[in-house]
Design a protein around this ligand. Structure first.
Ligand SMILES: [Fe+2]
Length: 294
């Protein structure tokens, strides 16, 4: 399980401050509270705009901002830590993921990377699927681009190998998935299946904090699932201690995220869809989630 260490504690239950992410295998070892590692890439999660997350990759003095919806929160963190922004990396064009692009580019001179889509503000490094690119000038930050259309036509996810993380934007969330806005349900299903096939240990870092709602939905469609109930119980216990919400890892998503289990006979039975195809089950689930009241 991925845990997040608060730089500042939650106030009144709201997550409002950046956290340094670490996992129990230790992709980010902290030598003391809140100290960034010198020699490895650290991943910082910054809550912005209510329920969005911007992520910062930091190595030495160089940083990359993933999906900067709000420029101020990124600039504030860079300033207090004495960091230089090398690049912005966007998963898709929605303004809550790109709203900071132009201001960050203007104030730092950074490059803007993303899928080849003119709707991404300030884009000057369009990326092609399947490629591995080194960003940040000297290629310090090597990312693999995975096309995941469905939420939007040109949505991509980014995978790093060290640390083993996946920036999944609004495609895959811990416990859930994004809405199908521009693509077809079949496209979104294929995109999720591609992410589900990644190695077990990769951390899933989505573009929003919806985990409690997602697990609530998962239990509502499959009340008898011991695995989903256990995941929800663990998360509730963690939040009670004042820790920020955890992320997920691929193996956990494969086992408990209903949108990755559309071909599971247990889930099909729970939905009364035993004879349906996996795409049909996914479509029914996603439409049900659109109407779910949390
Ligand atoms: Fe979006």
């Amino acid at each position: 399980m991925i845990r997040a260490r608060s730089i500042a504690r939650r106030k009144g239950g709201a997550i409002s401050k950046p956290h340094i992410l670490r996992d129990e295998g230790g992709f980010t070892h902290l030598t003391e509270e809140n100290k960034l590692p010198d020699d490895r890439i650290a991943v910082i999660r910054i809550p912005v705009l209510g329920d969005n997350y911007t992520y910062l990759l930091v190595r030495g003095e160089a940083a990359v901002a993933v999906d900067p919806g709000d420029p101020g929160s990124v600039l504030g963190f860079l300033e207090t830590r004495g960091l230089r922004l090398a690049a912005v990396l966007c998963t898709h064009h929605h303004s809550d993921h790109t709203g900071g692009n132009r201001a960050l580019k203007a104030s730092t001179g950074c490059g803007v990377y993303g899928p080849d889509d003119p709707r991404i503000p300030g884009l000057d490094h369009p990326l092609a699927e399947g490629k591995q690119v080194g960003i940040g000038g000297d290629g310090t930050f090597a990312v693999q681009i995975i096309a995941v259309p469905g939420h939007t036509r040109t949505h991509v996810a980014y995978r790093l190998s060290a640390p083993a993380v996946l920036f999944s934007g609004d495609c895959l969330f811990p416990g859930g998935c994004g809405r199908v806005v521009e693509g077809s349900y079949a496209e979104m299903f294929d995109s999720l299946r591609r992410l589900s096939a990644l190695p077990d240990h990769i951390a899933v870092l989505g573009g929003h904090e919806y985990t409690e709602e997602n697990l609530g939905f998962a239990l509502s469609v499959e009340p008898g699932s011991a695995r989903v109930a256990e995941r929800r119980r663990k998360m509730a216990a963690l939040l009670k201690t004042g820790e920020p919400p955890p992320g997920g890892v691929i193996v956990e998503e494969r086992e408990t995220n209903p949108f990755l289990r559309s071909d599971d006979p247990l889930l099909k039975r729970a939905l009364g869809m035993e004879g349906a195809s996996a795409v049909e089950v996914f479509t029914a689930l996603r439409k049900k989630k659109d109407m779910f009241v949390w």
